[in-house]
Design a protein around this ligand. Sequence first.
Ligand code: ATP
Ligand code: MG
Length: 197
Amino acid sequence: MKVGIMGGTFDPVHIGHMLAAEAALEGCALDEVWFMPSHIPPHKHAAGASGKQRLQMVERAIGTNPAFRTLDIELERGGVSYTIETIRALQERYGEHEFFFIIGADMVNSLTEWHGIEELAQRLTFVGVGRPGSVIDKTKMPAYLQPRVQLVNMPQVDISSTDIRERLQNGQTIRYMVHDHVYEYIKGSGIYEADTR
Ligand code: ATP
Ligand code: MG
């Protein structure tokens, strides 16, 4: 099976993530995409929502789509989530699958800084999707990386989880920026709401 891994903080998951996964599914003829919330990303502050909440929001966004599923391997492992450790574990467990790692343009441009990137690039293919604010320039990548990054087109959406959290803090709408079921979850649980203490 050809499996795409959609890694991220998903704090919260939004339609940019879903469109990226769908574009990779079609563009690289993947069989499935596994959404994998990270525990503590190496370069990020602590998340606003808990790991369990982030996973639950992703489950709601996926709904009944048979091509999408969740993967809690990084949440289970805990600590800092290094993709290289994750892919080693996945290939041990699912030796028969070919893995692809889906990333937005901002991530594509920072690939050379990833922990263990040279080994990672041997173990999987990166699928890069466009994202407003970042231009992907493959010619700027080191030679070993260029053939390991496949680019696919997606409808560009200028949405980030940071923007969504800020909008909620300011009492602005996020409707249709996230799946309806995610919207209801956020509204019902009160996560991300302005701190009234
Ligand atoms: P934050 O603002 O908290 O960093 P984010 O919106 O960037 O959140 P992440 O969970 O950091 O979301 O991203 C997970 C993956 O999805 C990354 O590879 C990122 O580049 C990609 N991604 C996120 N938003 C978009 C978008 N609007 N278009 C394309 N790719 C996106
Ligand atoms: Mg991000």
